[in-house]
Write a protein that binds this ligand. Structure first.
Ligand SMILES: NC(=O)c1ccc[n+]([C@@H]2O[C@H](COP(=O)([O-])OP(=O)(O)OC[C@H]3O[C@@H](n4cnc5c(N)ncnc54)[C@H](OP(=O)(O)O)[C@@H]3O)[C@@H](O)[C@H]2O)c1
Length: 314
């Protein structure tokens, strides 16, 4: 009998979304400390199309073919040697290490420290929608610029994958939360708990005065630059790599910190806990079949995804 084959998305060169191919490859075998997962849904992140386009060549060296996708949900099919905390049949969410991807696939083998049980009350699509965005928001607002009760916090891009989780985490920590998004998404971000919405197509957030303790920048560019204007003296601009940024922190007398998505085990468990306790709910945007992976990338590339773009896999 030949080796079992599974479908996976790959690309052999940088380019537009049409470089994405679905190919068969030999099913992975879980190594020591890994579980083999039958993937049910995968998250599509801006990182994936930025890497595919070649925009990130300066920062990340890749070897072709590249297998995109670094988060998802599914059912444990088998466990590798030494694994005692998961068993076949367990429903899980997972986040791969940053550049070690390959989650737009029918199966992945992944180390157990990056796998958490799926909450019973959420769907597989929801379970695939949070690992990267939830961990990023946690890194920013719990570990890098910790929010405490009654702080005034501005979260840019509240309608996106990261912003949606950030609003819920910030509210849970007792902050007064303002967020920016397009006017079309104002009701949506309020439904996630935002106290105030600044619709960037009608209003300029940078004229609010120096009122925020923390600004979380998930957008970059002018949004980053103008954020210095609205921080209290000594306040913190926490940011993730989204667009070009300028460091004006000294000029404005504020603190500027990059939230880095590394050492994610505590953050994964932290966000999983909030979801289990129904404090936070992952936000699912449009769903695409694996065969429509190019359309999923094109949607993410618009820069206006509402919730997480999801690939439904089986
Ligand atoms: N480790 C890291 O550094 C890290 C980790 C995760 C993500 N990221 C980066 O962070 C960014 C956000 O990620 P994501 O997954 O949340 O992206 P996303 O799901 O694609 O969301 C982008 C959001 O940005 C909003 N937006 C666009 N222009 C805006 C503006 N001028 N002001 C306010 N909101 C604006 C859009 O809302 P509207 O449609 O309402 O405009 C959209 O909802 C991406 O660039 C991603 O690559 C970095």
């Amino acid at each position: 009998m030949g080796a079992v084959k599974v479908k996976i998305v790959e690309y052999e060169k940088y380019g537009e979304a049409d470089v994405l191919n679905i190919v068969d490859r030999t099913a992975p075998i879980p190594a020591d400390g890994e579980v083999l997962i039958n993937i049910r849904a995968a998250g599509v992140n801006p990182f994936d199309w930025k890497l595919r386009s070649g925009y990130l060549q300066k920062f990340f060296k890749v070897e072709f073919p590249v297998y995109p996708g670094n988060e998802g949900s599914g059912v444990v099919a088998a466990v590798g040697p030494g694994v005692t905390n998961f068993k076949a049949g367990d429903e899980v969410s997972f986040l791969s290490r940053n550049i070690k991807q390959g989650c737009y696939a029918e199966q992945v083998a992944i180390e157990t420290e990056h796998v958490v049980p799926k909450a019973d009350h959420i769907s597989f699509a929801e379970a695939a929608a949070w690992p990267l965005s939830g961990v990023t928001a946690w890194k920013a607002l719990v570990e890098t610029a910790p929010i405490s009760k009654d702080m005034k916090v501005l979260i840019h891009g509240g309608a996106g994958g990261v912003g949606g989780m950030a609003i819920q985490i910030a509210k849970h920590r007792g902050a007064h939360v303002a967020t920016t998004c397009s006017a079309a998404n104002a009701e949506y971000v309020k439904s996630l708990g935002a106290d105030e919405v600044i619709a960037y197509d009608n209003e300029d957030f940078s004229t609010a005065g120096k009122i925020y303790d923390i600004v979380f920048d998930t957008v970059g560019g002018d949004v980053h630059k103008n954020s210095y204007e609205v921080l209290k003296p000594g306040g913190t601009l926490v940011w993730i790599i989204a667009g070009p940024v300028e460091d004006l922190s000294e000029e404005f007398g504020v603190i500027r910190k990059l939230a880095v998505v590394e050492n994610v085990v505590d953050a994964l468990e932290g966000v999983a806990g909030l979801i289990n306790d129904r404090v936070a709910r992952p936000q699912v945007g449009p769903e695409f079949d694996l065969s429509d992976v190019a359309a999923a990338h094109i949607h993410s590339q618009s820069g206006h995804a509402k919730g997480k773009v999801i690939l439904a896999i089986s």
